[in-house]
Design a protein around this ligand. Structure first.
Ligand code: UDX
Ligand code: UDX
Length: 426
């Protein structure tokens, strides 16, 4: 099949590459010329395991092409997959201006039947609106089909997720595109979920809202564990063995960040409000997440009451391990707060060199702790879990290790004479 993927961002690039790898002829377009130039030179603008090799292979085999000729490509390809960004506006609602822009291009170039697939996460009602807009712009509705096909890719394992989906969700208005849609992806044993356009949009929002709810629930439980001096990870293990609950997304810590969970929650809240529906649970989930940084700073102040002038090392800058993405990273919120409180912050992250006033970024994890009063683990990169604590101790001025991702065995750290603390950690 011939597919034009609009947007070479995180989702567009990984999806376009996988679709080409499945055997389709894929043109991936982006308005950002520099991004396309880099891709033509074989430079991949994001870090995703396996992506660079897969792009190289599919370009060589001529199934994957990159272009900044957005209008021409949209005009020439029969299947258009929209993967442009849908960021949050200042008020938390979803900014649909990029989607709008693409819809206008489609309307002005369409000359034969097209299947238009929305991959970007959009608020309920958006795909109906796209359909209506095209009709109002004079495009007969037997000239196109709109499909809502949300993605469920996790950064760091996006390609694995595309190859091993646990479901394929398609919202449609008619049965016309169904045959094509069934031949788009590698399915394995994943069920198809066919529903309405708005139904598919809500499945995506509900998924991310549920994952966020599990995280905030875990963080609330960790606070209670902390008060009773109980190890939260034991509780998570106990909970997680129940198949009705499951162990995934029960990790307590600094809270959730990234380009999806925070923005999708606030967008869903806005959509609900617009329909005069209350969102008490979502509000609590966001509130708990918002206060996690303060919680850990309070924890730090129990052993380091005066932060002004202190040297604090933060390990981890990305919003989670396995990616170079810093969007809405809780680690960065923490670093900014520490700087505001007058600390000299040292950072180390295997993927990111942070450039911020008041922050010194290091290339070596052990060098980053030199002369520090405290070390905070803000992202649970593997190398932190296996670190040499004796080496850390010998370089630090103080001895405080604050585990803000509940990822370290406190006993091992204490054995080296360091002071280990966390929330719900013994
Ligand atoms: C995606 C989805 O679009 C978003 O809805 C979902 O919730 C998360 O994943 P992401 O791929 O991370 O977002 O977005 P981003 O990295 O911002 O990439 C979007 C790309 O689209 C950019 O490269 C941008 O230049 C491009 N773009 C934007 C176009 O090509 N055309 C436009 O009109 C607007
Ligand atoms: C998420 C969804 O998982 C994915 O299905 C969707 O398509 C896009 O949004 P992603 O943003 O890549 O994926 O990250 P995810 O793995 O969900 O983690 C989000 C945040 O939650 C991270 O900051 C992570 O550190 C945090 N998290 C995750 C926890 O705090 N505890 C957990 O147990 C799991």
């Amino acid at each position: 099949m011939r597919i034009c993927v609009v947007g070479a961002g995180y989702v567009g690039l990984t999806t376009a590459t996988a679709l080409a790898d499945f055997g389709h002829d894929v043109q991936c377009v982006d308005i950002e010329q520099s991004k396309i130039d880099s891709l033509h030179q074989g430079k991949v603008p994001i870090y995703e395991p396996g992506l660079e090799e897969m792009i190289e292979k599919n370009c060589k085999e001529k199934r994957l092409h990159f272009s900044s000729y957005v209008e021409e490509s949209i005009r020439d390809y029969p299947i258009i997959l929209i993967a442009v960004g849908t960021p949050s506006k200042e008020d938390g609602s979803c900014d649909l201006s990029f989607i709008n822009h693409v819809v206008k291009i489609i309307a002005s170039t369409i000359s034969d039947y097209k299947i238009i697939i929305t991959k970007s996460t959009v608020p309920p009602g958006t795909n109906e609106w796209i359909h209506q807009t095209l009709v109002e712009m004079g495009i007969a509705d037997d000239f196109f089909d709109i499909v809502s096909n949300p993605e469920f890719l996790r950064e760091g394992s996006a390609l694995w997720d595309i190859y091993h989906p646990n479901k394929l969700v398609f919202g449609t208005k008619t049965d016309r595109p169904v045959k094509v849609l069934k031949n788009l992806y590698k399915r394995g044993r994943a069920p198809y979920i066919f529903t309405s356009l708005t139904g598919a949009e809500l499945i995506k929002y509900a998924s991310n809202a549920f994952l966020a709810t599990k995280i905030s629930f875990s963080n609330e439980m960790a606070r209670i564990c902390d008060a009773y001096e109980v190890e939260y990870n034991d509780l998570a293990r106990g909970l997680g063995t129940d198949p009705r609950i499951g162990r995934h997304f029960l990790n307590a810590g600094l809270g959730f960040g990234g380009s999806c969970l925070p923005k999708d929650l606030s967008s869903l809240k806005h959509s609900a409000i617009s329909q005069k529906t209350e969102t008490k649970l979502l509000d609590a989930v966001m509130e708990i997440n918002h206060t996690q940084i303060e919680l850990y700073l309070n924890k730090l102040s129990t052993v380091l009451p005066e932060l002004l002038g202190k040297q604090i090392t933060v390990w981890g800058v990305t919003f989670k391990p396995g990616t170079d993405d810093q969007r809405f990273s809780p680690a960065i919120r923490l670093i900014k707060q520490l700087v505001q409180k007058g600390c000299y912050v040292h950072t180390y992250d295997p993927m990111v060199q942070l450039e911020f006033s008041g922050v010194s970024s290091y290339l070596d994890q052990y060098e980053s702790v030199c002369n520090s009063d405290a070390l905070i683990i803000a992202t649970e990169w593997d190398q932190f879990l296996k670190c040499n604590w004796l080496e850390v101790k010998s370089r630090m001025k103080g001895s405080i290790i604050l585990d803000a991702r509940n990822c370290i065995d406190g006993k091992i750290v204490r054995k080296q004479g360091l002071l280990y603390l966390g929330v719900g950690k013994r």
